[in-house]
Design a protein around this ligand. Structure first.
Ligand code: NI
Ligand code: MN
Length: 225
């Protein structure tokens, strides 16, 4: 079984009982986070892009845990320059780690650090642990290649932004689910800030009406897939 815990915004902890991996750990500064940076114990960190609400506390978490940050090349170089251990990858590539596999996908968005450093193309990540594939889309608008991503990488769990303004809103996110055709869906990237206010229950109702399964996770809530 793979345990998935949601810490608000786009932050998810994956735990297969042996390895722990966190995606986009925006903890301090995340008003929805039920935990603090010092509470995070992980082996690996996947970061989808350089924006502060995704890179978040990655560098301090990596250093404190001696954990490896997995990201596209330019972002991996950026965190390595700050003293974190990094594994450089890029879009379309996959790599087998001790915990399983990571493959990066495209995302239609931007990516730079808080200081304005270019941190490569934004990405989504397909993370396979315990034979379950989780597709964290990162921040993105809707794109038709999601159909290809779902066909080539059967998705057990899709983590999809619904907050609008910076990413897909609810109706585009519903279409994204139809394109990827995952077994289960969890909404993310909503209600952290007033500008991305959205109703996750409405989103889940809309995907259920299309025959998909999903759930709104509470902040700090864990499910098993
Ligand atoms: Ni972003
Ligand atoms: Mn974001």
């Amino acid at each position: 079984m793979l345990k998935i815990t949601y810490y608000g915004h786009s932050v998810f902890l994956l735990n297969d009982g042996k390895y722990k991996l966190i995606i986009d750990p925006f903890i301090e500064g995340n008003p929805l986070s039920p935990v603090r940076e010092k509470d995070i114990v992980v082996d690996y960190i996947v970061v989808t892009h350089g924006h502060g609400d995704h890179l978040g506390d990655s560098v301090s978490i990596a250093k404190r845990n001696n954990a490896t940050i997995i990201a596209v090349n330019e972002l991996a170089n950026y965190v390595a320059a700050k003293g974190a251990k990094a594994h450089n990858m890029h879009i379309g590539g996959s790599y087998n780690f001790p915990f399983g596999k990571v493959k990066f996908t495209i995302a239609h968005h931007g990516s730079s650090s808080a200081e304005g450093t270019y941190t490569g193309e934004p990405s989504g990540a397909l993370v396979t642990m315990d034979n379950k594939t989780v597709y964290h889309t990162g921040d993105t608008g809707l794109f038709a290649d999601m159909k290809l991503i779902g066909e080539m990488n059967p998705v057990d769990l899709m983590l999809v932004p619904i907050g609008d303004n910076f990413t897909m809103g609810i109706d585009d996110a519903v279409k994204a689910v139809e394109l990827v055709n995952p077994k289960f869906v969890i909404p993310m990237h909503y209600n952290t800030f007033p500008v991305i206010k959205a109703d996750p229950d409405l989103f889940v109702k809309k995907i259920q009406d299309k025959g998909y399964e999903g759930k709104v996770l509470g902040f700090g809530e864990t499910i098993e897939i």
